[in-house]
Design a protein around this ligand. Structure first.
Ligand SMILES: *Cc1c(COP(=O)(O)O)cnc(C)c1O
Length: 381
């Protein structure tokens, strides 16, 4: 089965990890420092804090919002559950807004009427790797005193108006899960323009203790002052070595993802049974995944049937995401239900994710294209 995504680990990565394994430091240490510095360099000087997952990055980010119980964060429902769960971890309440059915990212025109006295932040998800246009959200944030949190788990290397996603951001989070652009096994990072937020998140990943073991060694002290309630969200130097080595190839990784996306776009241009994400700049997009939206009105099959049919041809299609407000836990806890977000629900029922990853060959992609064309023909109304 051709997977929808797969990590790509080369001999340099293995050598980098081996070097750390043979050294004297395995947990958060000098290699995590190097990884953070390299990400910061790519994000034009943002403060970067590496953590143990993209979810931990979101949790750390939310921890700096100082949410009181019931404070609200507006976000799309078309995202991985972790975006919303992070708000719950901090005692807040996710408020879901619609996405645009053309760009699949948060619809700036659906935000303002959802803002209340309890709203503290807007979480923007750069879905599939499309760098969301933040300008309308920034205007809203300014007018209502809100923070913008960017879930950039899909968007490492995405660029908009010449600015890499995460550079100049109040808070942007990344994931280094194996299916993402660069992996540390498990891992993530937060980029922020605020030195103060960065310092808080550095404590947050280490139990809320104000020093780490290396700074204590340098200061010749063994006293640990826990000043906040934190977690153990430390990234290991082992993982960081893998991530740093992978990051040195990020330009090639993005180039390959973009080449595959361009081929998909060209091949699907004339097909009437599906449409693709509306993308103004293919090269500014990071292409974490390649979603298509089925024109169900023109097909005799639904989304799951289409995915099943692709899988029976060994194409490991899947879909991203079941809207968060319809997850059983959210329905139970918040009473959210079908009909709350018509545009999101309509799009989600059409979305199929096709394989796209840097190790995918043109021949692999030809197999996908052939299977999609065959199904389009067969199930056409
Ligand atoms: C992958 C992902 C996360 C979580 O990252 P982990 O590293 O798996 O914890 C959060 N949000 C989005 C949109 C993601 O795709």
């Amino acid at each position: 089965m051709l997977p929808y995504g797969r990590h790509l680990v080369d001999d340099n990565d293995v050598a980098a990890v081996t070097t750390v394994l043979r050294g004297s430091w395995l947990t958060t240490g000098p290699t995590v420092d190097d990884l953070e510095a390299e990400i910061a360099r790519r994000l034009a000087g943002a403060h970067v804090v590496a953590v143990s997952s993209g979810t931990a990055a979101l949790h750390a980010a939310c921890s700096t919002l100082d949410l009181a119980p019931g404070d609200e964060v507006i976000m799309p429902a078309l995202t991985f559950v972790a975006t919303a769960n992070a708000v719950l971890y901090c005692g807040g309440r996710p408020v879901f807004a619609e996405i645009s059915d053309r760009t699949f990212v948060l619809d700036a025109t659906d935000i303002e009427h959802r803002i209340t006295a309890r709203t503290r932040a807007i979480a923007v998800v750069h879905y599939a790797g499309l760098a969301t246009d933040l300008k309308p959200f920034e205007a809203l944030a300014q007018r209502h005193g809100l923070v913008i949190v960017e879930d950039a788990a899909h968007a490492l290397g995405a660029v908009r108006d010449g600015r890499p996603v995460g550079s100049g951001s109040e808070i942007a989070t990344f994931s280094f899960h194996p299916v993402k652009h660069v992996t540390t096994g498990e891992g993530g990072a937060v980029a922020t323009s605020s030195a103060e937020r960065a310092a808080r998140m550095r404590r947050f990943r280490n139990h809320g203790i104000s020093t780490d073991i290396r700074s204590r060694e340098r200061a010749g002290t063994w006293v640990t002052d826990m000043v906040d309630l934190g977690f153990n969200y430390r990234l290991s130097d082992i993982g960081a070595a893998l991530g740093l080595s992978q990051l040195s190839r990020i330009d090639q990784i993005l180039e390959r993802r973009r080449a595959l996306a361009r081929r998909y776009m060209a091949a699907f241009a004339g097909l009437e049974v599906l449409r693709v994400q509306e993308v103004a700049d293919i090269d500014g997009h990071a292409w974490h995944i390649f979603p298509i939206a089925l024109e169900l009105e023109r097909l005799r099959i639904d989304r799951d049937g289409f995915i099943r049919a692709l899988r029976s041809e060994n194409i490991g299609a899947t879909f991203h995401y079941g809207p968060v407000h319809l997850q059983p836990y959210y329905r139970e806890r918040f009473g959210t239900r079908i009909g709350d977000l018509p545009a999101t629900e309509d799009l989600a029922a059409r979305l199929v994710t096709l394989p796209l990853f840097p190790g995918m060959t043109d021949a692999d992609q030809d197999d996908v294209l052939e299977a999609v064309r065959r199904l389009a023909q067969w199930f056409r109304r």
